[in-house]
Design a protein. Structure first.
Length: 69
């Protein structure tokens, strides 16, 4: 009985840690995408390539956010 309770407590702790790590990773990705977006304003000839990369990142980010639901 005690092992079952301990296992359940560990499961809750691990799941909470994983959720926190996922949230932090998504926040960092959002900051990175924002930084890239700001860099586009001064990128000159690289703008089309950066925009394509940014669109790809935003698409991937949307897919990751959909996994949360």
């Amino acid at each position: 009985m005690n092992l079952s309770r301990l296992a359940a407590q560990w499961e809750q702790a691990v799941n909470a840690s994983i959720a926190a790590l996922e949230k932090e990773a998504l926040q960092r990705l959002d900051v990175f995408i924002s930084t890239l977006d700001n860099m586009i304003a001064s990128a000159g000839q690289e703008t089309p390539r950066i925009r394509a990369d940014l669109a790809k990142l935003q698409e991937l980010r949307a897919g990751l956010g959909a996994d949360e639901a």
